[in-house]
Design a binder for this molecule. Structure first.
Ligand code: UGA
Length: 448
Protein backbone atom coordinates (compact mmCIF):
# COMPACT_ATOMS: atom_id res chain seq x y z
CA UNK A 1 0.00 0.00 0.00
CA UNK A 2 1.05 3.61 -0.46
CA UNK A 3 1.51 5.34 2.88
CA UNK A 4 2.77 8.72 4.01
CA UNK A 5 4.11 9.80 7.37
CA UNK A 6 4.13 13.48 8.27
CA UNK A 7 6.85 14.10 10.85
CA UNK A 8 10.14 12.19 10.80
CA UNK A 9 10.95 12.22 14.50
CA UNK A 10 11.43 9.10 16.57
CA UNK A 11 7.99 7.64 15.94
CA UNK A 12 7.60 8.82 12.34
CA UNK A 13 10.96 7.62 11.11
CA UNK A 14 10.87 4.22 12.80
CA UNK A 15 7.22 3.60 11.88
CA UNK A 16 7.71 4.66 8.25
CA UNK A 17 10.82 2.53 7.91
CA UNK A 18 9.16 -0.56 9.38
CA UNK A 19 6.11 -0.11 7.12
CA UNK A 20 8.53 -0.05 4.15
CA UNK A 21 10.31 -3.11 5.54
CA UNK A 22 7.07 -5.16 5.39
CA UNK A 23 6.50 -4.08 1.78
CA UNK A 24 4.54 -0.82 1.80
CA UNK A 25 5.63 2.18 -0.27
CA UNK A 26 6.31 4.98 2.18
CA UNK A 27 6.83 8.73 1.79
CA UNK A 28 8.24 10.38 4.92
CA UNK A 29 7.68 14.13 5.17
CA UNK A 30 9.45 16.56 7.47
CA UNK A 31 9.57 20.34 7.34
CA UNK A 32 13.13 20.34 8.69
CA UNK A 33 15.24 20.57 5.52
CA UNK A 34 18.46 19.68 7.27
CA UNK A 35 16.93 16.50 8.68
CA UNK A 36 15.58 15.49 5.27
CA UNK A 37 19.00 16.18 3.67
CA UNK A 38 20.67 14.01 6.33
CA UNK A 39 18.21 11.20 5.63
CA UNK A 40 18.65 11.53 1.86
CA UNK A 41 22.42 11.23 2.46
CA UNK A 42 21.74 7.86 4.08
CA UNK A 43 22.38 9.02 7.66
CA UNK A 44 19.87 8.86 10.48
CA UNK A 45 19.56 11.64 13.06
CA UNK A 46 18.93 9.34 16.07
CA UNK A 47 20.60 6.32 17.63
CA UNK A 48 18.27 3.35 17.42
CA UNK A 49 19.74 -0.15 17.08
CA UNK A 50 19.07 -1.66 13.63
CA UNK A 51 17.30 1.39 12.20
CA UNK A 52 20.09 2.78 9.99
CA UNK A 53 20.43 -0.53 8.16
CA UNK A 54 16.69 -0.74 7.53
CA UNK A 55 16.51 2.85 6.25
CA UNK A 56 19.36 2.17 3.83
CA UNK A 57 17.89 -1.11 2.65
CA UNK A 58 14.41 0.26 2.02
CA UNK A 59 15.60 3.47 0.35
CA UNK A 60 17.71 1.30 -1.99
CA UNK A 61 14.69 -0.92 -2.69
CA UNK A 62 12.66 2.18 -3.66
CA UNK A 63 10.08 1.63 -0.90
CA UNK A 64 11.12 4.56 1.31
CA UNK A 65 11.63 8.18 0.36
CA UNK A 66 11.98 11.51 2.15
CA UNK A 67 10.64 14.93 1.24
CA UNK A 68 9.89 18.31 2.82
CA UNK A 69 6.62 18.64 0.90
CA UNK A 70 3.35 17.82 2.66
CA UNK A 71 1.37 18.10 -0.62
CA UNK A 72 3.69 15.42 -2.06
CA UNK A 73 2.94 13.22 0.95
CA UNK A 74 -0.80 13.77 0.53
CA UNK A 75 -0.56 12.92 -3.19
CA UNK A 76 1.46 9.76 -2.50
CA UNK A 77 -0.26 8.27 0.52
CA UNK A 78 -3.62 6.58 0.44
CA UNK A 79 -3.23 6.60 4.21
CA UNK A 80 -1.51 9.59 5.80
CA UNK A 81 -0.06 9.24 9.30
CA UNK A 82 0.50 12.27 11.50
CA UNK A 83 3.57 11.77 13.72
CA UNK A 84 4.52 15.28 14.81
CA UNK A 85 5.53 16.35 18.33
CA UNK A 86 2.91 16.97 21.01
CA UNK A 87 5.00 18.80 23.62
CA UNK A 88 3.76 19.71 27.10
CA UNK A 89 2.59 23.21 27.97
CA UNK A 90 3.48 24.83 31.31
CA UNK A 91 0.18 23.64 32.85
CA UNK A 92 0.84 20.03 31.80
CA UNK A 93 -1.73 19.95 29.00
CA UNK A 94 -0.59 19.07 25.49
CA UNK A 95 0.38 21.64 22.88
CA UNK A 96 -1.61 20.44 19.87
CA UNK A 97 -0.58 23.25 17.55
CA UNK A 98 1.65 21.01 15.38
CA UNK A 99 -1.18 18.53 14.93
CA UNK A 100 -3.59 21.32 14.01
CA UNK A 101 -1.10 22.82 11.54
CA UNK A 102 -0.50 19.48 9.82
CA UNK A 103 -4.26 18.79 9.70
CA UNK A 104 -4.69 22.14 7.91
CA UNK A 105 -1.83 21.42 5.52
CA UNK A 106 -3.28 18.03 4.69
CA UNK A 107 -6.72 19.57 4.17
CA UNK A 108 -5.31 22.18 1.81
CA UNK A 109 -3.54 19.52 -0.25
CA UNK A 110 -6.53 17.15 -0.49
CA UNK A 111 -8.62 17.28 -3.67
CA UNK A 112 -11.79 15.36 -4.55
CA UNK A 113 -10.03 13.57 -7.44
CA UNK A 114 -7.68 11.82 -4.98
CA UNK A 115 -10.60 9.72 -3.80
CA UNK A 116 -10.95 8.41 -0.25
CA UNK A 117 -7.99 9.15 2.05
CA UNK A 118 -7.43 8.11 5.66
CA UNK A 119 -5.71 10.45 8.11
CA UNK A 120 -4.21 8.58 11.04
CA UNK A 121 -3.09 10.11 14.28
CA UNK A 122 0.08 8.32 15.48
CA UNK A 123 1.27 11.05 17.86
CA UNK A 124 0.33 10.62 21.51
CA UNK A 125 -2.62 12.94 22.02
CA UNK A 126 -5.39 13.50 24.56
CA UNK A 127 -8.71 11.80 24.03
CA UNK A 128 -11.00 13.63 21.57
CA UNK A 129 -8.12 14.97 19.43
CA UNK A 130 -9.25 12.82 16.48
CA UNK A 131 -12.55 14.65 16.41
CA UNK A 132 -10.74 17.96 16.29
CA UNK A 133 -8.57 16.71 13.43
CA UNK A 134 -11.68 15.61 11.47
CA UNK A 135 -13.35 18.96 12.14
CA UNK A 136 -10.25 20.89 11.03
CA UNK A 137 -9.80 18.92 7.82
CA UNK A 138 -13.48 19.34 6.98
CA UNK A 139 -13.22 23.08 7.58
CA UNK A 140 -10.14 23.68 5.44
CA UNK A 141 -10.58 21.13 2.64
CA UNK A 142 -12.50 21.94 -0.50
CA UNK A 143 -16.02 20.52 -0.77
CA UNK A 144 -16.24 16.98 -2.10
CA UNK A 145 -13.06 15.76 -0.39
CA UNK A 146 -13.61 12.28 1.03
CA UNK A 147 -11.64 11.18 4.10
CA UNK A 148 -11.74 9.25 7.37
CA UNK A 149 -9.82 9.81 10.62
CA UNK A 150 -8.22 7.07 12.73
CA UNK A 151 -6.36 6.97 16.03
CA UNK A 152 -3.51 4.45 15.94
CA UNK A 153 -1.36 4.83 19.07
CA UNK A 154 2.25 3.71 19.04
CA UNK A 155 3.71 1.52 21.78
CA UNK A 156 7.35 1.36 20.74
CA UNK A 157 10.10 1.72 23.29
CA UNK A 158 13.24 3.65 22.45
CA UNK A 159 16.21 1.35 22.17
CA UNK A 160 14.15 -1.54 20.80
CA UNK A 161 11.83 0.39 18.51
CA UNK A 162 12.51 -1.71 15.41
CA UNK A 163 11.66 -4.94 17.18
CA UNK A 164 8.61 -3.38 18.88
CA UNK A 165 7.33 -2.22 15.50
CA UNK A 166 8.02 -5.37 13.52
CA UNK A 167 6.87 -7.74 16.27
CA UNK A 168 4.42 -5.72 18.35
CA UNK A 169 2.55 -7.11 21.39
CA UNK A 170 -0.60 -5.64 19.98
CA UNK A 171 -1.88 -3.27 17.33
CA UNK A 172 -4.60 -0.86 18.37
CA UNK A 173 -6.57 1.45 16.18
CA UNK A 174 -9.82 3.27 16.62
CA UNK A 175 -12.11 4.58 13.91
CA UNK A 176 -15.71 5.50 13.54
CA UNK A 177 -15.77 4.57 9.84
CA UNK A 178 -15.77 1.05 8.28
CA UNK A 179 -13.83 2.03 5.13
CA UNK A 180 -10.99 3.31 7.32
CA UNK A 181 -10.99 0.06 9.33
CA UNK A 182 -10.66 -1.98 6.11
CA UNK A 183 -7.63 0.02 4.97
CA UNK A 184 -6.00 -0.12 8.41
CA UNK A 185 -6.46 -3.89 8.51
CA UNK A 186 -4.70 -4.14 5.13
CA UNK A 187 -1.76 -2.05 6.38
CA UNK A 188 -1.27 -4.33 9.37
CA UNK A 189 -1.84 -7.62 7.51
CA UNK A 190 1.91 -8.41 7.26
CA UNK A 191 2.35 -8.09 11.04
CA UNK A 192 1.84 -11.11 13.26
CA UNK A 193 0.11 -9.56 16.28
CA UNK A 194 -3.33 -9.36 17.83
CA UNK A 195 -5.29 -6.40 16.48
CA UNK A 196 -7.76 -4.49 18.63
CA UNK A 197 -10.17 -2.26 16.76
CA UNK A 198 -12.06 0.27 18.85
CA UNK A 199 -13.84 3.57 18.53
CA UNK A 200 -11.54 6.57 18.17
CA UNK A 201 -11.81 7.82 21.76
CA UNK A 202 -10.94 4.43 23.28
CA UNK A 203 -7.83 4.09 21.11
CA UNK A 204 -6.68 7.55 22.17
CA UNK A 205 -7.27 6.71 25.83
CA UNK A 206 -5.49 3.35 25.61
CA UNK A 207 -2.17 5.10 24.95
CA UNK A 208 -2.36 7.48 27.90
CA UNK A 209 -3.77 4.80 30.19
CA UNK A 210 -1.04 2.28 29.23
CA UNK A 211 1.87 4.68 29.79
CA UNK A 212 0.34 5.90 33.05
CA UNK A 213 -0.08 2.34 34.29
CA UNK A 214 3.57 1.54 33.55
CA UNK A 215 4.64 4.73 35.36
CA UNK A 216 2.37 3.72 38.24
CA UNK A 217 4.17 0.37 38.50
CA UNK A 218 7.52 2.18 38.69
CA UNK A 219 6.36 4.64 41.36
CA UNK A 220 4.70 1.82 43.29
CA UNK A 221 7.90 -0.19 43.51
CA UNK A 222 9.86 2.97 44.39
CA UNK A 223 7.42 3.68 47.21
CA UNK A 224 7.80 0.10 48.47
CA UNK A 225 11.59 0.57 48.22
CA UNK A 226 11.29 3.35 50.80
CA UNK A 227 9.61 0.94 53.22
CA UNK A 228 12.37 -1.59 52.49
CA UNK A 229 15.01 0.97 53.44
CA UNK A 230 13.28 1.68 56.74
CA UNK A 231 12.72 -1.99 57.59
CA UNK A 232 15.86 -3.71 56.33
CA UNK A 233 14.03 -5.63 53.58
CA UNK A 234 15.45 -6.01 50.07
CA UNK A 235 13.39 -4.49 47.23
CA UNK A 236 14.87 -6.86 44.64
CA UNK A 237 13.51 -9.85 46.56
CA UNK A 238 10.18 -8.10 47.13
CA UNK A 239 9.87 -7.28 43.41
CA UNK A 240 10.73 -10.86 42.53
CA UNK A 241 8.17 -12.18 44.97
CA UNK A 242 5.31 -10.01 43.83
CA UNK A 243 6.30 -10.28 40.16
CA UNK A 244 5.93 -14.06 40.28
CA UNK A 245 2.20 -13.53 40.46
CA UNK A 246 1.33 -13.61 36.77
CA UNK A 247 -1.39 -11.05 37.36
CA UNK A 248 1.31 -8.57 38.39
CA UNK A 249 4.41 -9.61 36.42
CA UNK A 250 8.03 -8.70 37.14
CA UNK A 251 8.56 -6.10 34.41
CA UNK A 252 8.54 -2.38 35.24
CA UNK A 253 9.15 -3.19 38.88
CA UNK A 254 12.78 -2.06 38.85
CA UNK A 255 13.27 0.32 41.73
CA UNK A 256 15.68 3.17 41.21
CA UNK A 257 15.83 6.84 40.39
CA UNK A 258 12.44 6.79 38.71
CA UNK A 259 11.21 7.29 35.18
CA UNK A 260 12.28 9.91 32.66
CA UNK A 261 12.31 10.28 28.89
CA UNK A 262 10.21 12.10 26.36
CA UNK A 263 7.08 10.02 27.01
CA UNK A 264 6.21 9.13 30.61
CA UNK A 265 6.69 12.52 32.32
CA UNK A 266 4.80 14.30 29.54
CA UNK A 267 2.07 11.69 29.14
CA UNK A 268 1.29 11.42 32.84
CA UNK A 269 0.98 15.20 33.05
CA UNK A 270 -1.22 15.22 29.97
CA UNK A 271 -3.46 12.45 31.31
CA UNK A 272 -3.87 14.33 34.59
CA UNK A 273 -4.71 17.52 32.66
CA UNK A 274 -7.24 15.91 30.29
CA UNK A 275 -8.88 13.99 33.17
CA UNK A 276 -9.18 17.21 35.12
CA UNK A 277 -10.74 18.98 32.16
CA UNK A 278 -13.22 16.11 31.82
CA UNK A 279 -14.20 16.51 35.47
CA UNK A 280 -12.07 13.85 37.16
CA UNK A 281 -9.12 14.98 39.28
CA UNK A 282 -6.79 11.97 38.89
CA UNK A 283 -5.22 12.07 42.38
CA UNK A 284 -3.65 8.61 41.97
CA UNK A 285 -1.55 9.83 39.05
CA UNK A 286 -0.57 12.96 40.94
CA UNK A 287 0.90 10.63 43.58
CA UNK A 288 2.75 8.72 40.86
CA UNK A 289 4.40 11.99 39.84
CA UNK A 290 5.11 12.96 43.43
CA UNK A 291 6.90 9.67 44.17
CA UNK A 292 8.89 10.00 40.96
CA UNK A 293 10.04 13.55 41.69
CA UNK A 294 11.03 12.88 45.31
CA UNK A 295 12.85 9.66 44.43
CA UNK A 296 15.76 11.61 42.99
CA UNK A 297 15.89 13.92 46.01
CA UNK A 298 16.01 10.94 48.43
CA UNK A 299 18.89 9.44 46.46
CA UNK A 300 20.75 12.72 46.48
CA UNK A 301 20.23 12.75 50.26
CA UNK A 302 22.26 9.53 50.52
CA UNK A 303 25.12 11.08 48.58
CA UNK A 304 25.02 14.19 50.77
CA UNK A 305 24.87 12.10 53.95
CA UNK A 306 28.07 10.34 53.02
CA UNK A 307 30.07 13.09 51.29
CA UNK A 308 28.79 15.73 53.75
CA UNK A 309 29.40 18.63 51.35
CA UNK A 310 29.49 18.30 47.58
CA UNK A 311 31.33 21.57 46.99
CA UNK A 312 34.59 20.94 45.08
CA UNK A 313 34.17 17.15 45.24
CA UNK A 314 34.87 15.24 42.07
CA UNK A 315 32.01 12.83 41.38
CA UNK A 316 32.03 10.27 38.60
CA UNK A 317 28.65 9.77 36.90
CA UNK A 318 27.95 6.69 34.82
CA UNK A 319 24.96 7.30 32.58
CA UNK A 320 23.45 10.38 31.01
CA UNK A 321 20.61 8.98 28.89
CA UNK A 322 17.11 8.48 30.29
CA UNK A 323 17.54 4.71 29.99
CA UNK A 324 19.82 2.12 28.34
CA UNK A 325 20.25 1.57 24.57
CA UNK A 326 19.42 5.09 23.50
CA UNK A 327 21.26 8.38 23.03
CA UNK A 328 18.20 10.31 24.23
CA UNK A 329 18.77 12.58 27.21
CA UNK A 330 15.36 14.26 27.22
CA UNK A 331 13.93 14.39 30.76
CA UNK A 332 16.78 12.14 31.84
CA UNK A 333 16.88 11.60 35.59
CA UNK A 334 20.66 11.10 35.37
CA UNK A 335 21.03 14.54 33.76
CA UNK A 336 18.81 16.11 36.42
CA UNK A 337 20.93 14.50 39.10
CA UNK A 338 24.09 15.85 37.42
CA UNK A 339 22.51 19.31 37.35
CA UNK A 340 21.76 19.19 41.07
CA UNK A 341 25.22 17.97 42.01
CA UNK A 342 26.77 20.71 39.87
CA UNK A 343 24.56 23.28 41.53
CA UNK A 344 25.91 22.19 44.88
CA UNK A 345 29.44 22.83 43.64
CA UNK A 346 30.54 19.29 42.75
CA UNK A 347 32.74 18.61 39.75
CA UNK A 348 30.81 16.03 37.68
CA UNK A 349 32.79 13.81 35.31
CA UNK A 350 30.46 11.71 33.22
CA UNK A 351 30.59 8.72 30.94
CA UNK A 352 27.78 7.25 28.82
CA UNK A 353 28.06 4.68 26.02
CA UNK A 354 25.84 6.71 23.64
CA UNK A 355 24.66 9.87 25.36
CA UNK A 356 27.72 12.14 25.47
CA UNK A 357 27.08 13.68 22.05
CA UNK A 358 23.40 14.41 22.78
CA UNK A 359 24.18 15.61 26.30
CA UNK A 360 26.70 18.09 24.86
CA UNK A 361 24.22 19.24 22.24
CA UNK A 362 20.88 19.24 24.05
CA UNK A 363 21.65 18.69 27.71
CA UNK A 364 21.91 22.39 28.66
CA UNK A 365 24.69 21.51 31.12
CA UNK A 366 27.34 21.97 28.43
CA UNK A 367 30.48 23.48 29.75
CA UNK A 368 29.56 22.37 33.26
CA UNK A 369 29.87 18.60 33.03
CA UNK A 370 33.26 17.15 32.13
CA UNK A 371 32.99 14.20 29.77
CA UNK A 372 35.38 11.30 30.28
CA UNK A 373 37.09 9.40 27.46
CA UNK A 374 35.99 6.02 28.72
CA UNK A 375 34.12 4.27 31.48
CA UNK A 376 37.09 3.63 33.78
CA UNK A 377 39.12 6.83 33.34
CA UNK A 378 35.90 8.59 34.39
CA UNK A 379 36.58 7.25 37.89
CA UNK A 380 40.16 8.43 38.32
CA UNK A 381 40.52 10.33 41.55
CA UNK A 382 36.75 10.70 42.09
CA UNK A 383 35.31 10.74 45.61
CA UNK A 384 32.37 8.58 44.53
CA UNK A 385 30.75 6.84 41.60
CA UNK A 386 27.08 7.56 40.93
CA UNK A 387 25.19 5.28 38.52
CA UNK A 388 22.30 7.11 36.87
CA UNK A 389 21.29 4.90 33.92
CA UNK A 390 20.71 1.16 33.57
CA UNK A 391 23.27 0.40 30.83
CA UNK A 392 24.29 -3.29 30.85
CA UNK A 393 28.00 -2.38 30.66
CA UNK A 394 27.69 -0.79 34.10
CA UNK A 395 26.10 -3.94 35.51
CA UNK A 396 29.03 -5.95 34.12
CA UNK A 397 31.75 -3.54 35.25
CA UNK A 398 35.06 -4.77 36.64
CA UNK A 399 34.50 -3.79 40.27
CA UNK A 400 38.10 -4.35 41.35
CA UNK A 401 39.08 -1.75 38.75
CA UNK A 402 36.34 0.57 40.03
CA UNK A 403 37.66 0.28 43.59
CA UNK A 404 41.23 0.87 42.40
CA UNK A 405 40.44 3.98 40.37
CA UNK A 406 38.20 5.82 42.84
CA UNK A 407 39.85 8.02 45.44
CA UNK A 408 37.39 6.68 48.02
CA UNK A 409 35.60 3.48 47.07
CA UNK A 410 32.06 4.85 47.38
CA UNK A 411 29.37 3.78 44.94
CA UNK A 412 25.81 5.14 44.77
CA UNK A 413 23.86 2.92 42.40
CA UNK A 414 20.64 4.64 41.34
CA UNK A 415 19.53 1.69 39.20
CA UNK A 416 20.34 -1.30 41.46
CA UNK A 417 22.63 -2.72 38.80
CA UNK A 418 25.33 -4.22 40.99
CA UNK A 419 25.16 -7.17 43.29
CA UNK A 420 25.76 -5.76 46.81
CA UNK A 421 27.78 -8.74 48.03
CA UNK A 422 30.11 -8.71 45.03
CA UNK A 423 30.49 -4.94 45.42
CA UNK A 424 31.46 -5.23 49.06
CA UNK A 425 33.76 -8.20 48.36
CA UNK A 426 35.64 -5.97 45.92
CA UNK A 427 36.11 -3.38 48.65
CA UNK A 428 33.32 -0.97 47.68
CA UNK A 429 31.07 0.89 50.07
CA UNK A 430 27.86 0.45 48.22
CA UNK A 431 24.52 2.27 48.42
CA UNK A 432 21.55 1.45 46.21
CA UNK A 433 17.77 1.87 46.31
CA UNK A 434 15.59 -0.17 48.67
CA UNK A 435 18.43 -2.46 49.73
CA UNK A 436 20.68 -2.29 52.79
CA UNK A 437 24.00 -0.53 52.24
CA UNK A 438 27.05 -2.82 52.32
CA UNK A 439 30.72 -2.33 53.10
CA UNK A 440 29.89 0.74 55.14
CA UNK A 441 32.82 2.27 56.95
CA UNK A 442 31.50 4.60 59.59
CA UNK A 443 34.60 6.57 60.47
CA UNK A 444 32.79 8.53 63.20
CA UNK A 445 31.81 5.31 64.97
CA UNK A 446 35.30 3.91 64.47
CA UNK A 447 36.84 6.95 66.11
CA UNK A 448 34.76 6.58 69.25
C1 UGA B 1 7.57 4.22 26.88
C2 UGA B 1 6.65 2.98 26.87
O1 UGA B 1 7.34 1.88 27.51
C3 UGA B 1 6.31 2.59 25.42
O2 UGA B 1 5.41 1.49 25.43
C4 UGA B 1 5.64 3.80 24.75
O3 UGA B 1 5.33 3.51 23.40
C5 UGA B 1 6.59 4.97 24.79
O4 UGA B 1 6.91 5.27 26.17
C6 UGA B 1 5.92 6.15 24.15
O5 UGA B 1 4.97 6.69 24.71
O6 UGA B 1 6.25 6.47 22.99
P1 UGA B 1 10.18 4.67 26.51
O7 UGA B 1 9.90 6.09 26.86
O8 UGA B 1 11.05 4.36 25.34
O9 UGA B 1 8.80 3.88 26.25
O10 UGA B 1 10.89 4.06 27.79
P2 UGA B 1 10.62 2.89 28.87
O11 UGA B 1 11.39 1.69 28.49
O12 UGA B 1 9.18 2.73 29.10
O13 UGA B 1 11.29 3.56 30.17
C7 UGA B 1 10.81 4.80 30.67
C8 UGA B 1 11.55 5.19 31.92
O14 UGA B 1 11.18 4.36 33.02
C9 UGA B 1 13.07 5.14 31.85
O15 UGA B 1 13.58 6.33 32.42
C10 UGA B 1 13.44 3.94 32.68
O16 UGA B 1 14.70 4.10 33.29
C11 UGA B 1 12.33 3.93 33.70
N1 UGA B 1 12.05 2.58 34.28
C12 UGA B 1 11.56 1.59 33.49
C13 UGA B 1 12.24 2.36 35.64
O17 UGA B 1 12.66 3.27 36.39
N2 UGA B 1 11.93 1.13 36.17
C14 UGA B 1 11.44 0.13 35.40
O18 UGA B 1 11.18 -0.97 35.94
C15 UGA B 1 11.26 0.36 34.03
Amino acid sequence: MKLSIIGTGYVGLTTGTCFAEVGHEVTCVDNNEEKVRTLLDGKIPIYEPGLAELVKKNVAAGRLKFTTSTPEGVQDGEVIFIAVPTPPQPDGSVDLSYIEKVAREIAEALTPDLGYRVIVDKSTVPVKTGHKVAETVRRYAEPGVDFGVVSNPEFLREGCAVQDLLEPDRIVFGANDERAVTLMNRIYEPFVAPVLVTDMESAELIKHAANSFLALKISYINAVARICEQSGADIEKVAEGIGMDHRIGRSFLNAGLGYGGSCFPKDIKAFIAISESLGYPFELLKQVEEVNETQRELFLGKIRDKLWVLQDKKIALWGLTFKQNTDDVRESVAMKLAGQMLEEGAEVVAWDPQGIGTARKFGNLSGKITYADDMYSCLDGAEALVIGTEWPEFANADLAEVAKRLRTPLVFDGRNLLDPHTASAKGLEYYSVGRPAVGVTDSAAAAV
